[in-house]
Ligand binder design. Structure first.
Ligand SMILES: NC(=O)c1ccc[n+]([C@@H]2O[C@H](COP(=O)([O-])OP(=O)(O)OC[C@H]3O[C@@H](n4cnc5c(N)ncnc54)[C@H](OP(=O)(O)O)[C@@H]3O)[C@@H](O)[C@H]2O)c1
Length: 275
C-alpha cells in the first residue's frame, strides 16, 4: 500500500500529507464512506463539530481494525463555542462522540474576530494539550493579524493553519508567513469544489500526465509541501484522489499552475468578516 508522506509539526508530532475531508458527508453515510477511505489507504480524516458526522467518523476509525495511532483525526471548535468554558465543553463532546481516548488535532474553526474570543480559546487549547487528551493544536482560517495575536499572547505557535487554498487561490503571502513561523499549511477546498475540471490548463496537463484535473491540483499541493484534504462522497473519486503518489509534475508545469493564482479566486467566506 502507498505510504503517505508525513509533514512534521513544531510540537514533535506529524500529520499525513493527504487526508479525507468530510464536510457535507451526511451523518448516515459517514461511517461507510470513511471506512472505504481507510480501506483505500487514507490515514487522516478531517471533520468538525459543525459537520455533524463525528459519530460516523469515530465509528469508522474505531472499527477499522487498525491501531488508533495509525490514524490521524482532526476536529474543530465552532464559532459559537469559543471562550474557555464552551470550548472545553465542545472538545469533550467531540471526543466522546468520536469515541476516542485522545484526539490528534484540534482546530479553532474560524477566528470570528467580532466575538473577540479566539485568544481566550487559544489559551484554553494550550491547557487541553497539556492535559494530554489532544496531541496537537492549531487554527483554521486565521489571517496574519489573528496569528500574530495568539502567538504574542501565549508564545505558543499553532501546529497548523487550515485555509482555503487551491490553484485559483494560492495564499502565497500566508504560506510565507507560515514558513517563517513554523506553521504547517493545510488546504481546504483543494480541488475548488470540482471547478478544477473546467480549467483549460489543468485539463491540458491532466491529459498530458494521463490523470484527472483533481489529481493534478492535489499533486501540485503535495509538491508545494501543503497538507491537502479533498472531500468526495463518490467511491471512484475517493480512490482517484488518493492515487497521486506515483507521478511528479515537472518544475515548468508547476510554474504554469502557480500562474493560475487570482486575487478574486476565493470561493469561501473572507475570514475577517465571518462570525
Ligand atoms: N476549515 C474550514 O473552514 C473548511 C471549510 C471547507 C472545507 N473544509 C475541509 O476541507 C475538506 C475539503 O474541502 P471541500 O469539501 O469544501 O471541497 P473540495 O474537496 O475542494 O471539493 C469537494 C467537491 O468536489 C467534488 N469532487 C471530489 N473529487 C473530485 C474529483 N476527483 N473530480 C471532480 N470533482 C470532485 C466532490 O463531489 P462528490 O462528493 O460528489 O464526489 C465535492 O462536490 C472538507 O471536506 C472539510 O473537511 C474546511
Amino acid at each position: 500500500m502507498t505510504a503517505i508522506p508525513r509533514i512534521a509539526f513544531n510540537d514533535g508530532h506529524s500529520i499525513p500529507q493527504l487526508g479525507f475531508g468530510v464536510f457535507r458527508i451526511p451523518a448516515e453515510e459517514a461511517e461507510q464512506l470513511v471506512g472505504q477511505a481507510i480501506e483505500i489507504g487514507y490515514r487522516h480524516i478531517d471533520t468538525a463539530w459543525g459537520y455533524f458526522n463525528e459519530e460516523g467518523v469515530g465509528a469508522a476509525v474505531n472499527n477499522s481494525g487498525l491501531p488508533r495511532d495509525e490514524l490521524f483525526v482532526t476536529t474543530k471548535v465552532w464559532n459559537s463555542s469559543q471562550g474557555r468554558e464552551l470550548s472545553i465543553e465542545s472538545f469533550e463532546r467531540s471526543l466522546e462522540t468520536l469515541g476516542f481516548d485522545y484526539l490528534d488535532l484540534l482546530l479553532i474553526h474560524w477566528p470570528a474576530p467580532g466575538n473577540d474570543l479566539y485568544v481566550e480559546t487559544w489559551e484554553t487549547f494550550i491547557e487541553l494539550r497539556e492535559s494530554g487528551r489532544v496531541r496537537s493544536i492549531g487554527v483554521s482560517n486565521f489571517e496574519p493579524e489573528h496569528l500574530h495575536r495568539i502567538i504574542e499572547a501565549t508564545g505558543v505557535v499553532p501546529a497548523l493553519n487550515q485555509i482555503e487554498l487551491h490553484p485559483f487561490f494560492q495564499q502565497k503571502l500566508l504560506r510565507d508567513f507560515h514558513d517563517l513561523h513554523g506553521i504547517v499549511t493545510e488546504a481546504w477546498g483543494p480541488i475548488a469544489r470540482g471547478a478544477v475540471d473546467d480549467d483549460p490548463l489543468l485539463v491540458v496537463l491532466a491529459n498530458s500526465y494521463g490523470r484527472s484535473p483533481a489529481q493534478i491540483a492535489l499533486r501540485w499541493e503535495i509538491q508545494h509541501g501543503i497538507v491537502t484534504i479533498p472531500k468526495s462522497a463518490t467511491p471512484a473519486r475517493i480512490a482517484s484522489n488518493f492515487d497521486i503518489f506515483d507521478f511528479e509534475i515537472t518544475a515548468d508545469d508547476m510554474a504554469m499552475i502557480d500562474a493560475l493564482d487570482r486575487e478574486d479566486g476565493r470561493f469561501g467566506p473572507v475570514p475577517s468578516e465571518m462570525n
